[in-house]
Design a protein around this ligand. Structure first.
Ligand SMILES: *Cc1c(COP(=O)(O)O)cnc(C)c1O
Length: 465
């Protein structure tokens, strides 16, 4: 008899209890399509000489296929990479206040561009502009999709077909193809580089100014540092030179924290308020770097310049949605109470954690990791590590941290890759890093309240010996 005729029919499989409950969960269309796919595969395999699969095996394949297909692509993970604001892992986790605000705005119509007092049409920027002005000392503010968009929009508005003078040492590339010269070019502005890689003087800027100059610009060197024989012009001097020539002085701050990080024992990172106080006419910074909010580009500064920027039709193309504004408003509101920031803003909470505190977590979790890896040819130890802030913030300073180092015994280095893959394959994937022949799990971003969940995830780890 033709073995193909012994494969069950689509209807037969769909009538089993196992698939009926899958249909209940995910709908008939998805399950039926997967049954057809699995049966087609089985047919080709049998034709090629494979033994006839039994029904249980077919059902298991359908179940696994449907589960894989319906599980969301944007999955939560444990960030144990040691990079706190990891761009590939979504940067700053939002504070609970922002999560609640975001949910409320998602569920219901909200006064996004509607002035409730007058009953008239409003402006979405007003959701956060007062808070931004209060926190930075600026006259006006606007919000776009991210800081790259903010820089693009300000250049396109104020410097199209004109020249922008920047120090050569600041012509940076930030991961993900944001290069200052490319953005300038696309925005229609002409870049004028002055000074040398390591030293730029006020005179260099002064000599480059002419009738086609649109602005002087400073780009915060956020992801690298030049050491040794260096000189950069202080912001206040650049501002003064710009103003003597009736030009705006603009700073792309990149990260831009609103907190005094030095108060938490972290290195000083210049806040927008400092740039405004030094005389900057416009300052741009990210919402999801050190600020700890949603992805957004924040522009603060002189009222007339912000008004011009808001009139640019590209503002409409780069604007943010209500979910971003809801989360951003909630995060900015937390900055009005600096005393409790470290309890509420996740990024501000994670960055100053001490090595000793993080090591405490590692000691509590060591037994769970050891039992998950029992029988494998590896050693597990608690080690001192160095975390980094990430997203180009404070590039040089590393934060003392702690975590696990998993090392192969003898020459069996393939086992590390299997463990790394196994951790990534968990229902909430665990992302670490392999460095110098060890798999490192930095526990800085694992808060005490997440430890039970993490231990539970480890219990599900099954790695072939
Ligand atoms: C990160 C950064 C940007 C880009 O900001 P995004 O919010 O990622 O778009 C631009 N300029 C500087 C100096 C930065 O550090």
């Amino acid at each position: 008899m033709n073995p193909l005729s012994q494969l069950p029919s689509v209807d037969r499989l769909l009538s089993t209890a196992a698939l009926a409950s899958l249909v209940d969960l995910h709908g008939r269309a998805i399950v039926t399509a997967m049954v057809r796919e699995v049966l087609a595969e089985a047919r080709s395999a049998v034709k090629a000489g494979a033994p006839l699969p039994d029904e249980a095996a077919l059902l298991a394949k359908v179940g696994a296929g449907v589960t894989a297909q319906v599980s969301p692509k944007l999955r939560p993970v444990f960030n144990l990479t040691g990079t706190v604001l990891h761009t590939n892992l979504g940067r700053a986790p939002l504070p609970e206040e922002a999560v609640q605000a975001l949910i409320a705005a998602a569920r219901s119509p909200c006064a996004l561009e509607y002035d409730i007092e007058s009953g008239e049409r409003g402006d979405r920027d007003t959701v956060v502009s007062d808070l931004l002005c209060e926190l930075t000392g600026a006259e006006a503010a606007t919000v776009v999709n991210n800081n790259a968009a903010a820089v693009f929009l300000l250049l396109n508005t104020l410097a199209q077909k004109k020249q922008v003078i920047v120090s050569r040492g600041e012509l940076i590339e930030i991961g993900g193809a944001f290069r200052v010269p490319d953005i300038m070019n696309r925005a229609g502005a002409r870049l004028v580089e002055v000074g040398t890689t390591n030293r730029t003087h006020l005179q260099d800027f002064a000599e480059a100014i002419n009738s086609r100059t649109a602005m002087l610009m400073k780009v915060h060197a956020s992801n690298y540092a030049i050491h040794g024989f260096t000189h950069a012009v202080p912001e206040a001097e650049l501002a003064q030179l710009a103003h003597q020539n009736n030009l705006p002085f603009v700073i792309d701050l990149g990260s831009g924290t609103l907190a005094d990080l030095a108060a938490y024992g972290l290195p000083h990172e210049p806040p927008p308020a400092e740039a405004i106080a030094a005389g900057a006419d416009l300052v741009s910074f990210s919402g999801d770097k050190l600020l700890g909010g949603p992805q957004a580009g924040l522009l603060v500064g002189r009222r007339d310049l912000i008004a011009k920027i808001k009139k640019n039709p590209l503002k409409r193309a780069l604007r943010v949605g209500k979910l971003t504004l809801a989360a951003l408003e909630a995060v900015l509101a937390l900055y009005r109470d600096p005393d409790r920031l470290h309890l509420r803003v996740t990024a501000v909470r994670q960055l100053p954690r001490s090595e000793a505190e993080i090591r405490g977590g590692a000691e509590r979790l060591l037994p769970a990791l050891q039992s998950a890896l029992a029988g494998l040819p590896v050693t597990v130890e608690i080690v001192a590590l160095k975390s980094q802030i990430g997203s180009g913030s404070l590039p040089v300073d590393r934060l003392p941290s702690a975590g696990f180092a998993i090392k192969p015994q003898g020459k069996k280095s393939g086992v590390l890759n299997r463990i790394e893959q196994g951790l990534r394959g968990l229902s909430k994937p665990v992302i670490g890093r392999i460095e110098d022949g060890a798999l490192l799990l930095d526990l800085r971003c694992l808060q005490a309240q997440d430890e039970a969940e993490f231990a539970g995830a480890l219990a599900a780890l099954g790695i072939q010996k």
